[in-house]
Design a protein. Structure first.
Length: 232
């Protein structure tokens, strides 16, 4: 999608606003990731938290899903404060579920998976931010690939139960979510271009919407990489 401006000089402040808000969106995402991993550490050092998360794992997953759905449904109507609260609640809940998974995969696997995620995510986030091409046209293909991967994951969980197939799905997940990262960063940038002249509350809302998308990309990429470094 092309965007035009009345004068060349007007493009400079718009670009400055866009890059500043894009950085803010990534910063919000980073705060979410930090909140998640602090929650993981808190649960690992507090057996009661870990036991609670383990015993209520399914319920926590359902609440996580509910929070994401609520955020998506109210992203244009809820207050910015409410969106921030939902974002951090989701980050904490994700930390609890990942803490349970860490008891299976091991903390060493988590550490290496985290390093790999930072490398992949950071690289493709830069690609999405600096490219002049509109990458949003890839979204449809990525969604189709994601749906196919989810179906294959369910089949493997209940039918095949193959560790080799699980690793193949992990590789597919890494490809899908690294590309998703570039596409989402690019999409956020274009959203910010469209609202660059709006008031601060609108821009902050877009920051948070983008932050949740990037957070989901990061966590899903992390889980995909974790399949390769899991404890046998």
């Amino acid at each position: 999608m092309n965007y035009s401006f009345p004068e060349e000089v007007s493009r400079i402040p718009v670009e400055q606003v866009v890059m500043k808000k894009l950085r803010n969106s990534m910063l919000w995402m980073a705060w979410g990731v930090l909140t998640t991993f602090v929650t993981i550490l808190g649960a690992l050092f507090n057996p009661q938290w870990l036991a609670m998360a383990s015993h209520n794992y399914t319920w926590i997953l359902l609440i996580e899903l509910g929070v994401v759905i609520l955020f998506s449904a109210r992203q244009l109507t809820a207050s910015v404060t409410s969106l921030k609260a939902m974002f951090f609640i989701y980050s904490i809940l994700t930390g609890l579920t990942l803490a349970v998974l860490s008891t299976y995969y091991g903390t060493t696997a988590f550490f290496y998976a985290f390093l790999g995620t930072v490398a992949f995510f950071g690289t493709f986030a830069v690609v999405g931010a600096v490219t002049k091409r509109d990458l949003t046209s890839f979204s449809t293909y990525l969604v189709v690939a994601l749906i196919a991967m989810i179906i294959m994951m369910l089949l493997n969980a209940f039918v095949f139960e193959s560790s080799g197939f699980s690793m193949l799905l992990g590789a597919l997940g890494v490809v899908i979510f690294t590309i998703f990262t570039a596409v989402d960063v690019n999409r956020i940038k274009h959203m910010l271009v469209q609202v660059a002249h709006e008031d601060e509350s609108v821009l902050e809302r877009v920051e948070l919407i983008g932050a949740l998308s990037l957070y989901l990309d990061f966590i899903n990429l992390f889980l995909s990489i974790l399949r390769f470094v899991r404890r046998d």
